[in-house]
Ligand binder design. Structure first.
Ligand SMILES: NC(=O)C1=CN([C@@H]2O[C@H](COP(=O)(O)OP(=O)(O)OC[C@H]3O[C@@H](n4cnc5c(N)ncnc54)[C@H](OP(=O)(O)O)[C@@H]3O)[C@@H](O)[C@H]2O)C=CC1
Ligand SMILES: Nc1nc(O)c(N)c(N[C@@H]2O[C@H](COP(=O)(O)O)[C@@H](O)[C@H]2O)n1
Length: 259
């Protein structure tokens, strides 16, 4: 049975200012990729009970909101830690949407054993999602032809991007995605991806931030969102144009960062 979620239009309207514009006339979309940072967190800033542990934080209403966001972005980006831990679907399960975002997985060292049992490929095979683009620092010649063929047969691909100081640079990543036709991306996690995006040199690329806060303390040992400070004594980041939206038992925090 395929899950079907509904998100009320009245709520969607309240998120509008934090989402990519729908109009083709928008010049922003011609020049750079609209980037939304979105995730669900506990009261103690944890995304999951422990690395590798899939943890449900969103209630039904905010879960539907996340899928509405998936309906509004061209791509959805996660790190390899999330791909390995969660075996996620990364599709859109809003009942009246035909759109699925393109999953983009940051996997510099090709740690993800993507195969025909991976949920994302199973969904792509039945037309209920898109096959992923795996961004890696491994040169294409060093990726086995079998692996490339498998991904390609579902409509996905490997994309080589060189590392800069041991990591992908966000501006480079977004340029690569834009050159491949992506105009908007929602960055979903996990902890390392989010902390890297919120680093002082990267956060300017973030347009909207939409965070679900669940009324739960996960306790010590979780996967934590806790970016480095801008400089000693200075906060890491602060949102502006803030709005708080109660959604079921959760609250959804919206704001702007760079942009
Ligand atoms: N509550 C929520 O909304 C969400 C929860 N999660 C949870 O988060 C957990 C996973 O988080 P985490 O373990 O931090 O893993 P991540 O998903 O953040 O993946 C981390 C890995 O991605 C690669 N990576 C990340 N950023 C960069 C970069 N800028 N450049 C190059 N490579 C990069 C690195 O791979 P390498 O090590 O090979 O260099 C890194 O180790 C899971 O338990 C998942 O369930 C995930 C998403 C949302
Ligand atoms: N919004 C949100 N709330 C939670 O409680 C979560 N655990 C997550 N996790 C993210 O969603 C992905 C799972 O997606 P599928 O349902 O498999 O499509 C997971 O990998 C995290 O990125 N998100």
């Amino acid at each position: 049975m395929v899950e079907q979620l509904d998100f009320p239009l009245s709520m969607a309207d309240k998120l509008k200012a934090y989402l990519p514009p729908t109009s083709d006339a928008c010049t922003h979309q011609e020049t750079r990729v609209w980037t939304t940072l979105t995730f669900a967190t506990s009261l103690d800033s944890s995304l999951a009970l422990a690395p590798g542990v899939r943890t449900v934080l969103s209630g039904p209403e905010s879960k539907a909101m996340t899928h509405y966001l998936r309906s509004r972005h061209d791509a959805i980006l996660v790190g390899v830690g999330t791909a390995v831990a969660d075996n996620p679907g990364l599709n859109c399960r809003i009942s009246d949407s035909q759109h699925h975002p393109r999953p983009v997985v940051l996997d510099p060292n090709l740690r993800w054993d993507i195969n025909s049992n991976s949920k994302v490929l199973q969904l792509a095979a039945i037309g209920s999602g898109m096959a992923p683009w795996v961004v890696t620092s491994v040169p294409m010649d060093d990726i086995s032809q079998d692996k490339q063929d498998l991904l390609c047969s579902y409509g996905g691909k490997y994309i080589h991007v060189p590392l800069s100081s041991g990591a992908f640079e966000w501006t480079t990543l977004l340029e690569v995605l834009r050159d491949k036709g992506i105009r908007s991306v929602m960055v979903e996690g996990g902890g390392q991806v989010i902390n890297s995006l919120l680093a002082a040199g990267s956060q300017a690329v973030v347009d909207g931030v939409i965070v679900t806060i669940a009324p739960t303390w996960l306790g010590g040992g979780g996967v934590v969102v806790c970016p480095d400070r801008q400089a000693p004594g200075l906060p890491a980041a602060r949102l502006r144009d803030v709005k708080w939206l109660p959604m079921g038992d959760d609250v959804v925090l919206c704001g702007r960062l760079g942009g």
